[in-house]
Ligand binder design. Structure first.
Ligand SMILES: [Zn+2]
Length: 620
């Protein structure tokens, strides 16, 4: 009911009257899944596997998916879902069967249809199931590409691409498209082409909903994800406007696995072989812009750290890999783990550093020569580790020198080639101003005994890791606050007034705003809070989040409105404090930097901000 208000902040307008080549008939999305859901009670289904015990409005049991003594597996008859607070597994009757019996969606659908006494509409085609999924993708690709290049609805997207410098030629060679900003335009086209809603959902183009399914990619520029054998496995979609997440991908499907995929590999593989080098960048635009400028050995990992599947894919074409990422990969444990995998597989790794602070796409667009030089100047990974630590630590400080040693020694111990290792031991010794022989002994010892991975060896001490752990604590608090707000005490009228920016996570902000609107409307009509009423129009991804938080078990004493209000106030103020503390930490860092570079007037103004914030914190 609020969709018009809130979604508009995420995606401008829902387009209507969309036309597509050929005649256009409205096809009501097949609602077999919803029909089945209405006939099979989740409590009955799960009771066939494990004994459920009533707990308040829900049912509880020890989780069937992980080992535990105290039950944290909750089933909600009200929402017809389950959720384990131990292993985080959750879902509906379909997901339960898929997980429990190891079935795919199609098998679960058939089994549950039988239970519900429903005869499924058969797909006439006897073709292999996966083959059908590839065909759905191809049809979708045709639609997206048509929308971008020929249809008025794609005009803004096309203009955006042109403004980023993407040529018509690239649009063709990469098959770039546009998904109209409407809930069902693609799904309807595909249904009309005799694909079933379960095929469309299974391949990730639609997300299942109470009406069948709605388009996953809406209002986004689409990039077909084509593998090295030219098979179209999935899509990624990029927003046109400032919004998060910037990119979404097809989920894991029977024909797509993100961890084994590299964007652009179909167009880059020949050049990677010829140049005996692959360049790995972050995103789709980086790949497209470099190919356009004539650098065709470039592929993208799409924002993830390197995986074994990706490493094996690269190894089919070359042994030499250069990485170009926005972030400092030496300071990021997931990246280091990826590099470790690549090293073990025998890849020679270098790092391309873009000193301008711009990403690869921007550098190539502005000056292809600069990009070429940066690629040529790529430094071997171990030199990169050295310079990265030098940036993050103070090499004049003996305590920091020790930390650098702790960070680099386990990495050095794993250098597979003896000669290379020896050379870098010498480098590290002079860098740390320490005795080479002693360092070699330490590294040998680490080599013999330290079989642990980087992540185990590193205790979060510095920068990046620390922020991550703080953020997760913060997320827990944010989650708890939403959970509280979803359980207002009976007969208690309350509409929260703090700003949604108190939540760092976009999903929480969305839920919070919807909740405020809803609470406001029921307080006005003096209606009681109802979770089904509140979430009736939610898209699936948001609903999953709401369900998870709604099923969070809260302390019984929070049934009292006084205790509840006190709890809400407490959490809110802690979140506010945490925000200010984070700002203070950032400021402290900036002040130190400014001092080091002797920028006294900046130090002054930063100091003032620091004092103001400190006062604000004290007064909270
Ligand atoms: Zn579990």
């Amino acid at each position: 009911m609020f969709s018009g208000i809130i979604w508009s902040t995420i995606q401008p307008t829902v387009s209507r009257g969309l036309e597509y080549t050929g005649d256009w008939i409205t096809v009501k999305a097949m609602d077999e899944t919803e029909l089945i859901k209405s006939k099979v009670n989740i409590v009955d289904l799960i009771s066939e596997y494990i004994p459920l015990k009533k707990a308040g409005v829900n049912f509880k049991a020890p989780c069937p998916f992980h080992n535990e003594k105290t039950p944290s597996f909750v089933v909600s008859p009200e929402r017809q879902i389950f959720k384990c607070f131990g292993c985080q597994k959750s879902g509906d009757i379909f997901t339960f069967l898929m997980e429990k019996e190891g079935m795919d969606f199609k098998d679960a659908l058939e089994m549950l249809a039988k239970k519900a006494g429903i005869v499924l509409k058969q797909t006439e085609s006897k073709k292999d199931f996966k083959q059908r999924l590839f065909e759905v993708n191809l049809k979708a690709q045709e639609f997206f590409h048509y929308m971008l290049t020929k249809h008025p609805l794609g005009k803004n997207a096309l203009e955006y691409l042109k403004s980023r410098g993407v040529t018509d030629e690239s649009i063709e060679s990469f098959g770039i498209g546009y998904a109209p900003n409407s809930w069902e335009s693609l799904t309807k086209v595909l249904l009309k082409r005799n694909f079933t809603i379960s095929e469309i959902i299974e391949v990730g183009l639609a997300v299942s909903s109470r009406n069948g399914g709605y388009d996953r990619f809406r209002g986004r520029i689409t990039f077909p994800l084509i593998d090295s054998k030219d098979k179209l496995r999935g899509f990624s979609g990029r927003v046109l406007y400032l919004a998060e997440p910037k990119y979404i991908n097809s989920p894991q499907t029977p024909i797509f696995d993100k961890s084994e995929y590299l964007f652009g590999i179909n167009l880059a593989k020949a050049e990677i072989r010829a140049k005996k080098e692959a360049v790995l960048v972050e995103g789709e635009m980086d790949v497209i812009m470099s190919h356009q400028a004539g650098f065709r050995n470039v592929v993208a990992s799409k924002g993830t750290a390197l995986t074994e599947g990706q490493v094996n894919l690269i190894k089919k074409f070359t042994e030499n890999l250069s990485l170009c990422f926005d972030m400092d990969i030496a300071g990021d444990s997931a990246s280091r783990r990826g590099i470790e995998i690549a090293e073990k597989a025998g890849l020679n790794i270098k790092v391309i550093e873009l000193t301008s602070g711009k990403d690869a796409a921007e550098v190539v667009k502005e000056d292809p020569g600069l990009w070429e030089k940066a690629v040529a100047d790529a430094v071997p990974i171990y030199d990169y580790y050295l310079t990265s630590t030098a940036k993050r630590y103070d090499v004049k400080n003996p305590v920091d020198l020790k930390k650098i040693g702790m960070e680099l020694i386990p990495i050095w111990a794993k250098i597979p080639d003896d000669l290379v290792r020896e050379r870098y031991i010498q480098k590290l010794a002079s860098f740390l101003r320490t005795d080479e022989k002693a360092l070699r002994e330490t590294i040998d010892k680490e080599k013999r005994f330290g079989q642990k991975s980087f992540t185990e060896v590193f205790h979060p001490k510095v920068g990046v890791d620390n922020i991550v752990s703080q953020r997760s604590r913060r997320e827990l608090l944010e989650e708890y606050l939403i959970a509280l707000l979803l359980h207002p005490p009976k007969d208690y009228i309350f509409v929260p007034t703090f700003l949604e920016t108190l939540f760092l996570r976009e999903t929480f902000r969305q839920i919070y705003v919807l909740l405020v609107l809803y609470l406001d409307s029921i307080s006005f009509k003096s209606k009681a809070f109802s979770i089904n009423d509140f979430s009736s129009d939610f898209p699936k991804d948001l609903l999953t989040e709401v369900d998870r938080l709604y099923l969070t078990e809260l302390d019984d004493k929070l049934n009292s409105s006084k205790a509840w209000q006190k709890e809400v106030d407490g959490v809110t103020s802690e979140l506010k404090k945490a925000l200010i503390k984070a700002s203070l930490e950032r400021l402290a860092l900036e002040i130190r930097n400014a001092q080091e570079f002797g920028k006294m007037e900046i130090v002054e103004s930063l100091n003032k901000r620091f004092r103001d914030l400190s006062v604000k914190l004290k007064n909270l």
